[in-house]
Design a protein around this ligand. Structure first.
Ligand code: NAD
Ligand code: GLY
Length: 354
């Protein structure tokens, strides 16, 4: 068990990492004042844990599992249920689930009575290494991802690998998507990934790498909590294209699209001379360890349009954070037409190679 603390101007956020943290820390909350948000899958697996830790009378709001629930309708429903249960300002919203639950519950916690206590118990690999840490909350709106949200730090995050044992293999891949992103941001994590390229899905490796990813994210968040000075923007590597493809095609999950986005953006970086052939090829090998068959899209130019709404953009040009060298990134700002053309080139190259 290891703790990481993010010291922020107005508060701190403590992340308890490792096996045993759920038993040790979830028992410490005031049961009478807890409101749990979870999803249908997580509730089916872990309802007895919820009742054991928070009491069998604890109010639990269960959203249908999956990204489509991250919307205004379920945000309103959570808030209404909190009001119906007469939750007070001193209450604690516990997000017990993956990134969808965490993003939605966090936004609800930030809005209810202008803000109540918030705790994240992430149950997916992706949520443990990324979404539960750092205080970004959001819902999707009018077909645009994460467009309504707030910065609202969880006071506590409990990242216990015990929950990963019930995760479908695909969700492990999604988490590895974000982990490989950290590999492109941090030399140490890159080295660990290189050394363990054949053990990426082993529980012991996942527990160790989770700690390092959270540590990296905590440092970034401490340096740029509100995404204002460019430091936090780096965490968006792979996401401009990943989000655009996710919104347009929908079939895959966030983490898979992050990896696919990273692959396509690597092509752009290499083509525009922002990243060396050698390093791009090493990163591609890492991506291939998780997604051996990269998808191509004949209509990717239409999907590229979705990148217009990326929050990093200034004006209508598209901003991409791309790998430059080990542990280094750079930002490319491209006209939409050029971005779209380069994506189409990459897609055609993948198609030709298969
Ligand atoms: P998710 O929450 O949809 O969970 C994935 C699936 O796993 C769901 O079907 C869920 O029911 C199931 N599941 C969760 N825990 C389980 C468990 N222990 N055992 C079995 N099944 C389980 O998706 P996710 O990948 O966790 O998160 C993706 C979301 O996170 C996206 O909406 C993305 O935008 C968001 N995100 C937010 C941030 C942030 O900083 N706030 C960062 C990255 C991603
Ligand atoms: N996942 C991007 C961020 O937290 O800034």
């Amino acid at each position: 068990m290891r703790d990481i603390t993010i010291e922020l101007l107005q508060q701190k956020s403590t992340i308890h990492c490792g096996a045993g943290t759920f038993e040790k820390y979830a028992a410490g909350f005031d049961q009478k004042n807890v409101f749990v948000v979870t999803d249908s899958n997580v509730f089916a697996w872990y309802r007895y844990d919820i009742w054991r830790m928070f009491g069998d009378k604890v109010p639990v709001y269960i959203i249908p599992a999956g990204e489509p629930s991250k919307n205004l309708r379920y945000l309103t429903a959570v808030l209404r249920e909190m009001l119906n249960h007469n939750m007070k300002r001193s209450c604690t919203v516990v997000a017990f689930g993956g990134g969808v639950v965490g993003d939605l519950a966090g936004l609800a916690a930030s809005l209810y009575m202008r803000g109540v206590h918030f705790v994240q118990i992430p149950t997916t690999l992706l949520a443990q290494v990324d979404s539960s840490v750092g205080g970004k909350t959001a819902i999707d709106f009018d077909g645009v991802k994460n467009i309504i949200g707030s910065f609202y730090q969880p006071e506590t995050v409990i990242a216990d690998p015990r929950f990963l044992s019930t995760l479908p293999e695909r969700e492990i891949r999604c988490g590895l998507g974000e982990i490989i992103k950290y590999g492109a941001l941090n030399r140490g994590i890159y080295g660990l990934l290189q050394t363990n390229i054949n053990n990426l899905k082993f529980p012991a490796f996942l527990e160790e790498i989770t700690y390092h990813c959270i540590k990296h994210k905590a440092e970034v968040v401490a340096a740029d909590e509100h995404d204002l000075n460019g430091v936090r923007k780096t965490l968006n590597l792979g996401h401009t294209t990943g989000h655009a493809l996710e919104l347009y095609y929908r079939k895959k999950s966030h983490g898979e699209f992050v990896l696919i986005g990273m692959y396509y953006e690597l092509y752009i970086a290499e083509k525009l001379g922002a990243c060396s052939k050698r390093y791009a090829s090493a990163l591609r090998n890492m991506i291939a360890a998780v997604i051996p068959k990269m998808p191509f899209y004949d209509d990717i130019a239409q999907a590229a349009e979705m990148a217009k709404y990326d929050k990093k953009n200034v004006g209508w040009d598209v901003s991409l954070v791309v790998p430059a060298d080990e542990g280094e990134t750079t930002e490319l700002i491209l006209p939409l037409e050029q971005y779209s053309k380069l994506l189409a080139e990459c897609s055609a190259m993948i198609k030709e190679g298969q």
